[in-house]
Design a protein around this ligand. Structure first.
Ligand SMILES: [Zn+2]
Length: 175
């Protein structure tokens, strides 16, 4: 298959995500399924995918439904005639592109939120248990961690702010 950078990025994301949520075997199977769908470049039923890959249909379905819940694979209902319908799976470059843009937007907004918190509040952290405290909380506990009595230190927000600003800038360029 031609190495498209967006496709490689997406498949690598799926492999990691599915390995993390389930196990490595599920991660590998998910990538195999998606590669088969990309190569076919048409809608395919789960029975056909099982035949193509030589893997049990139950396992294939389990992976497909899990990926569908996370928005990693397309599912449509097709009607061969007006009395019947069947569900089929698909994946194409357009789907991948939309997913990546959506994903980058989510990451960007999380980073923006974090950036906003850092710029508007003074944060303190316990060097022993790494729990974070707002200025109000730090006052309330007399600048000592209530868990382990360690003296709280102020978080150096400026370095994290410039780091996050850079990350966000790079993400925006990729769009
Ligand atoms: Zn502590």
């Amino acid at each position: 298959m031609v190495e498209d950078p967006e496709v490689s990025l997406f498949l690598e994301y799926v492999r990691r995500k599915m390995s993390f949520e389930y196990d490595e075997e599920m991660g590998e199977l998910s990538v195999k399924i998606l590669k088969a769908l990309l190569e076919r470049n048409e809608t395919v039923s789960d029975e056909s995918l099982a035949l193509i890959l030589g893997v049990g249909a139950t396992e294939i379905r389990r992976a497909l439904h899990a990926m569908h819940r996370m928005g990693l694979v397309g599912l449509i209902r097709e009607s061969p005639d007006q009395y019947r319908y069947e569900y089929k799976w698909f994946l194409n470059k357009d789907f991948i592109r939309k997913f990546l843009i959506q994903h980058i937007n989510n990451v960007t907004s999380k980073l923006m939120h974090r950036l906003n918190t850092l710029s508007t509040t003074t944060l303190y952290i316990c060097p022993t248990c790494f729990r974070g405290y707002t200025l109000d909380e730090a006052y309330e506990y007399d600048f000592k961690c209530p868990r382990d009595d360690t003296e709280l230190v102020q978080v150096d927000a400026s370095s994290e702010i410039s780091f996050l600003t850079n990350v966000i800038k790079n993400l925006r360029i990729e769009k």
